[in-house]
Design a protein around this ligand. Structure first.
Ligand SMILES: Nc1ncnc2c1ncn2[C@@H]1O[C@H](COP(=O)(O)OP(=O)(O)OP(=O)(O)O)[C@@H](O)[C@H]1O
Length: 391
């Protein structure tokens, strides 16, 4: 009698807190009647419920996550140090990757040219300029053509500009695009960004009427069926829907192959030649590699003192650097080697400026020999999806 009374009290309690549970679990109650304590049955039921409930909710959660949700990767970036770069895969932009900004000071080009470019871009991005364009109903866009031999810094400078002006960079490699993918990718561009159009000479640039002539004269490679045509490229560049505030940078190693229509003002407002290294650039590169580090980048060993880089530190502290830079620059003929070539030699000797000066003669000879065997022809930096591998 007592046990029956207890059991019904417990059911009442259960119904109070979990309505409907008592009838559902009624088949279990007879099994729990012999328990030593009055509320043992209730505790057992609740324990079982908690135990199985935990697994059931985890299982349901996984099911929901798998079938009813989608994941997006949110790239984290530190606004002060990082920028976002997007590459494309066929006709869609891959999720942007954050990359540390490259200081424009680390790209060695002629000083006047750098200043002119940076001033022009700063002026274009000034909010007052935007209003000015808007009041005159002009498309608020600016285009640049960077041309020159491989390894002269065209891609690196584009990257550093994007970082300097806090703009995201969208990189398109023309050889890997078709008409369709180019249209789709351009349609998906945001407002205010830099679009880097690499290797524009790979566009099927010659107009239809020129094609036959070129074929007979063994000239420029022909447009193939799945490559970007000039008319499509011009259309996307001028398109009504093209994004406001867009900065377009086109790069090429072969300006002579470009159709004048592509590089007329309005599409390429400034055409800038990136050149092989002259004396000033060579000594700037030398200073860049061997100059003192910015103070926040000093390495410390366990004892807390600055890690010595031996000869390099000695040269800097004793004011020998300037003299070595001049010696180094005097040994290399102007306009024979690209900044990339010189940079890679200096990096191979990064702890020993004296060894660099002593070894540069042999290095030039080896380079000339190599060039005879494989003449410098084409871009090495940005093949399809090849990202900027800066030192
Ligand atoms: N002017 C420069 N100053 C500093 N580094 C440079 C310069 N030019 C090239 N480099 C270095 O050489 C490498 C290749 O440079 P980059 O890709 O910018 O050249 P590019 O002119 O775009 O070549 P390509 O025409 O082959 O695409 C990079 O690692 C870059 O750091």
């Amino acid at each position: 009698m007592t046990s029956l009374g207890n059991s019904s009290k417990q059911k009442l309690l259960l119904d109070l807190f979990f309505p409907g549970l008592a009838p559902t679990t009624s088949s279990l109650w007879p099994l729990l009647t012999d328990l030593p304590t009055d509320y043992g049955g209730l505790l057992c039921i609740c324990g079982l419920l908690l135990f199985f409930g935990k697994y059931a909710s985890e299982y349901l959660g996984t099911l929901l996550e798998t079938y009813f949700t989608s994941k997006i990767e949110v790239s984290y970036r530190d606004e002060a140090y990082d920028m976002l770069i997007s590459w494309h895969e066929e006709d869609r932009w891959k999720s942007p990757r954050s990359r540390s900004k490259r200081d424009t000071a680390t790209v060695v080009i002629k000083k006047e040219m750098k200043k002119m470019l940076l001033d022009d871009m700063a002026e274009f991005l000034d909010p007052q300029t935007r209003t000015w364009y808007c009041m005159r109903s002009l498309p608020y866009q600016r285009g640049y053509l960077f041309y020159g031999l491989p390894g002269t810094g065209k891609s690196s400078f584009s990257l550093s500009i994007a970082g300097r002006f806090d703009l995201d960079l969208y990189v398109l490699s023309i050889p890997s695009l078709s008409d369709r993918s180019l249209k789709t990718l351009f349609a998906d561009l945001p407002q205010q960004c830099i679009v880097l159009l690499e290797d524009v000479d790979a566009v099927g640039l010659k107009r239809e009427q020129d094609a036959n002539t070129d074929a007979s004269q063994g000239g420029i490679p022909r447009k193939s069926a799945n490559k970007v045509s000039l008319s499509t490229l011009l259309n996307v560049l001028d398109g009504i829907g093209s994004s406001e505030g867009r900065v377009l940078i086109m790069t090429t190693n072969h300006i002579e192959r470009l159709d004048p229509a592509l590089i007329r003002p309005g599409r390429a407002d400034m055409k800038v030649e990136f050149q092989l290294a002259d004396r000033d650039m060579i000594s700037q590169l030398f200073f860049f590699i061997y100059g003192p580090k910015p103070s926040n980048e000093i390495d410390y060993n366990e004892s807390g003192s600055s890690i010595s880089q031996g000869e390099k530190d000695y040269v800097i502290q004793n004011g020998e650097l300037h003299q070595l830079a001049q010696e180094f620059a005097a040994k290399i003929p102007e306009s024979e080697f690209s900044p990339a070539e010189i940079m890679s030699f200096l990096l191979a000797n990064k702890h020993s400026p004296r060894r660099a000066v002593a070894g540069v003669g042999d290095w030039m000879e080896r380079n000339r020999e190599e060039r005879k065997r494989a003449p410098r022809t084409n871009s090495w930096a940005l093949a399809v999806n090849d990202e900027f591998d800066d030192p």
